[in-house]
Each structure stands twice: as C-alpha cells, then as structure tokens.
Design a protein around this ligand. Structure first.
Ligand SMILES: Nc1ncnc2c1ncn2[C@@H]1O[C@H](COP(=O)(O)OP(=O)(O)O)[C@@H](O)[C@H]1O
Ligand SMILES: [Mg+2]
Length: 212
C-alpha cells in the first residue's frame, strides 16, 4: 500500500492545545529518528513572518475580510514553496500549526466570505498540496473561556464569542465532510490522553508500525 505523505496539520480554535500537542508529537517522532519540521501559520518564512505581523497587529481594525484572506494565502504560498515541499522532498515530517482549513473556517464560516471564493483561493495558495492527516482538536465554549482568561488577546482573538461559535461549527462541519483526512479529537481530555490518540493515528496512517 502506498504510504501517506508525511504532511500533518493541526487545526482548532485558539487555546485548543495545538502547539502543546505538536511539540509532543515532534519530540516523539524525533526520538524515533525521524526528521521533523514544525511550521506555524501564518509565518515560517521571512516574507510570511512579515505578513504575520500585519495580520496580528491590534491596530489594524480596518482590515477587510478579503485582505485578511489574501494575506493568509500569500503567507501560505510562500510556506508551501519554501518550506513544506523541500522538507517533504528530504523525507522529513512536516507538522503545520494551522493550514488551509483555518482559512476555510475563519474567513469562510467566521467572516462569511463566499465558500466558492475561499475554495478557489485555497487551491491557488496550496497549489494542491494538502496534508494527508489533519487533527482538529475540538474544545467547547466553557473550556475556551477558561483557558483564555488572563491572556492578552491579539486582534484575531478579540473577535468575540459569536465568532467563536461560527468557527467551531465550521470546523465540525468540515471534519464531517472530510472524514478521510480530518480526525476530530476531544480537546478536553488530558494532554497525555490526546497525545496517545494522535500517536496512534499517525503511526497507523503513515504505516510507521514497522519502523517504530
Ligand atoms: N489537554 C489540555 N488540558 C488542559 N490544558 C491544556 C491542554 N492542552 C493545552 N492546555 C493549555 O491550554 C493553553 C493553550 O494551549 P496551546 O497548546 O497553546 O493551544 P493553541 O496552540 O491551540 O492555542 C496552554 O496554557 C496549555 O498549557
Ligand atoms: Mg498555538
């Protein structure tokens, strides 16, 4: 059977535990001798990091939804070209802290840009390069609010609870539509329990059983 590409992405609302789980997964893969590149969106290349600063700037309240979508997508195209494809070519694992599903959910469901436009722009930005496995870590509103307390929100995190609801609903719908690729995980579990679930999926999907 053909092995799935070693491209994995993590999705979920802020504070769902993506970064926590990514560093644990990367550590575990490295311990087994695999090369691992962690990429965060938006960012990961000099141009993409500059775009990230524009997107996260609290003063940029006048930014239109379309500008936001196009900036994220420009940053992503740089990332795919300069980082994702070369890393996969070298046989490394690529773990993306957010990828194209974030645009579908935040700019599509969240900011209500037409889904046809979103899909077209996503295809252009990724040039068709999709992860073979995506973990959607799902947390409910209460968990979100609990974890968000005492943190200083950036421009995107300030968007409010209605926005949170649309985004979460978007992720749930998307995961239902793309069952082959997207694995939904209950983010209210302990860090260790979530990691075990993720590890099991990765080793199965990537056929690593014989190698680890
Ligand atoms: N399973 C978990 N249970 C409880 N707290 C968690 C869990 N996973 C992460 N956290 C905590 O929640 C916060 C957000 O986690 P983080 O990994 O940064 O999320 P994200 O990258 O999705 O925004 C951090 O303070 C982290 O320690
Ligand atoms: Mg994070």
């Amino acid at each position: 059977m053909k092995k799935a590409s070693r491209f994995v992405s993590f999705e979920g609302i802020d504070f769902s535990g993506k970064t926590t789980q990514i560093s644990l997964l990367a550590k575990r893969l490295k311990e087994k001798g695999f090369g691992v590149d962690i990429l965060r969106e938006p960012g990961g290349t000099p141009i993409s990091e500059r775009i990230r600063e524009i997107l996260l700037d609290k003063n940029h309240l006048e930014m239109t939804a379309i500008s936001e979508m196009l900036l994220f997508s420009a940053a992503r195209n740089q990332l795919v070209t300069q980082k994702v494809l070369p890393a996969l070519q070298n046989g490394n694992f690529v773990i993306a802290d957010r990828y194209v599903d974030s645009t579908t959910v935040y700019q599509g469901y969240g900011r209500k840009i037409d889904m046809q436009i979103i899909n077209d722009v996503n295809r252009i930005a990724t040039m068709g390069h999709m992860p073979s496995l995506t973990f959607f870590i799902d947390i409910d509103e209460a968990t979100f609010q609990e974890r968000a307390r005492n943190t200083s929100a950036d421009r995107l995190e300030q968007a409010g609870i209605d926005f949170f609801r649309r985004v979460r609903e978007g992720y749930l719908e998307l995961a239902k539509k793309e069952k082959q690729r997207i694995v939904t995980i209950d983010g209210r579990q302990t860090v260790g329990a979530i990691q075990n679930e993720i590890w099991e999926c990765v080793t199965k999907k990537m056929h690593l059983i014989d190698e680890v």
